[in-house]
Design a protein around this ligand. Structure first.
Ligand code: HMG
Length: 374
């Protein structure tokens, strides 16, 4: 049975900061960010946007083609930016999408790996329930402390995809290489808003885990690297993905996979799938029938290398022009506004910030989040 990704979409903040502005304020050459790290912009989230609002926007786009929304009977929300240790963020999405009452909703976490865990869980679920459609959402907003080495890699986005039988975009193949090890390379204690990290250790562990999981994948599937046509890497910043390509001695360019990431920054759980969308939207030749290798890495750490085959009808499901328009219609903010958002994202300012999607966070009353349709 063929199971995989049937439709896919992403969303991000309406506002962004140019990294040349950040570089000037941090006394760093812009080339360090643009070439050394591979990033040119970062999204910045106003007080009325969060992982739920962008998730709803991405999900609405990903399910726009579905006639029978009742076919969705499982929603998995993958995130490490959760604001509630009890209630799953996906329940707000379930409400605004008007999904059926007997649709299961859960939230899962393992740093940036979580959307891949959700995809594999969804695949097993669909194998057992052939008529099911599982809505997987990866939504994250990544914040590091001001002036830290991680700051220029900050980012955020939500990706939503439907997992079903006869997928129109990509069949997820059986057989993958997984590697788990206990390492303190990046973590965020429940009391903290900003992630803590050991940058050099994290880069080292990303590459070591890639080596191990990739070789496990090749051994399990009895393939060699020449059977893979394209590769997408989890991209905490573009240069890390390029280092990954070097690590496995990949000779083809991965530039097409990183175009969205360079302006979205690290979108954690969404990142790998946004790299896949970047490839789908920008590949110069048809991807029909091509095998895509995918490397998912979540600090802490769990890594998985797996692969998919692109369906002949994938072009009918991609929305390259819309994605481009969404990114081009974003508004630039000043360094002062960026700093204001960093200090306290719930600070009110004189400016009324619009949000990118159809739902906004109206207020937080008695620690309850109130969302409204725009
Ligand atoms: P840093 O230490 O400030 O940077 O931050 P650096 O000094 O290592 O320089 C970076 C690169 O820029 C170097 O190139 C420099 O040579 C170059 P490289 O040696 O790497 O090839 N450079 C320049 N290039 C051109 N012109 C110039 C110039 N100056 C310097 N003028 C670091 C880098 C990655 C450590 C930092 O961004 C960081 O700590 N980031 C956060 C952690 C992170 O993203 N780790 C990635 C792997 S872990 C992961 O992927 C999981 C994660 O997504 C979380 C999760 O799973 O939830 C993070």
């Amino acid at each position: 049975m063929k199971i995989g990704i049937d439709s896919i979409a992403f969303s991000t903040s309406r506002y962004f900061l140019r990294l040349e502005i950040l570089a000037a304020h941090r006394g760093v050459k812009f080339e360090k960010y643009s070439q050394g790290i591979g990033q040119i912009m970062m999204p910045v989230f106003p007080p009325n946007e969060d992982i739920v609002t962008i998730a709803i926007d991405a999900a609405r786009k990903a399910i726009a083609h579905i006639e029978n929304i009742a076919a969705i009977d499982f929603l998995i929300f993958a995130t490490e930016s959760s604001f509630d240790l009890s209630k799953a963020a996906g329940i707000y999405v379930h409400h605004f999408l008007k999904l059926r009452e007997d649709c299961r909703v859960i939230e899962i976490k393992q740093a940036c790996y979580s959307a891949t865990a959700a995809l594999q869980l969804a695949k097993s679920f669909v194998r057992e329930n052939h008529n099911s459609k599982v809505l997987v959402i990866g939504s994250d907003i990544v914040k590091y402390s001001s002036g830290s080495s991680g700051e220029p890699t900050q980012g955020g986005a939500a990706v939503a995809f439907l997992v079903s039988t006869d997928p129109q975009i990509m069949i997820i193949e059986d057989g993958s290489g997984v590697h788990t090890n206990d390492v303190m390379d990046f973590w965020r204690p429940a009391s903290e808003n900003e992630a803590l990290f050991d940058g050099k250790l994290s880069a080292y562990n990303y590459l070591k885990s890639l080596d191990i999981s990739f070789n496990r994948y090749l051994a399990k599937t009895n393939r060699d690297i020449s059977s893979i046509d394209y590769v997408c890497f989890h991209a905490p910043f573009g240069k890390m993905a390029h280092k990954g390509a070097q690590q496995i001695k990949w000779r083809e360019s991965i530039d097409d996979t990183l175009l969205y990431n360079s302006v979205l920054g690290n979108s954690c759980s969404a990142s790998l799938y946004i790299c896949l969308m970047s490839l789908l939207d920008h590949a110069k030749t048809s991807l029909e029938g091509k095998r895509i290798g995918l490397y998912s890495y979540g600090s802490g750490s769990v890594a998985e290398y797996f692969s998919g085959i692109i369906n002949g009808k994938y072009k009918s499901r991609i929305t390259a022009e819309k994605n481009q328009r969404m990114l081009e219609s974003r508004e630039e903010i000043s360094f002062e506004e960026y700093e204001l958002f960093c200090k306290n994202s719930s600070d009110s300012t004189n400016k009324i910030y619009e949000n990118s999607g159809t739902v906004r966070l109206k207020s937080i009353e008695n620690k309850k989040r109130i969302y409204l349709e725009n």
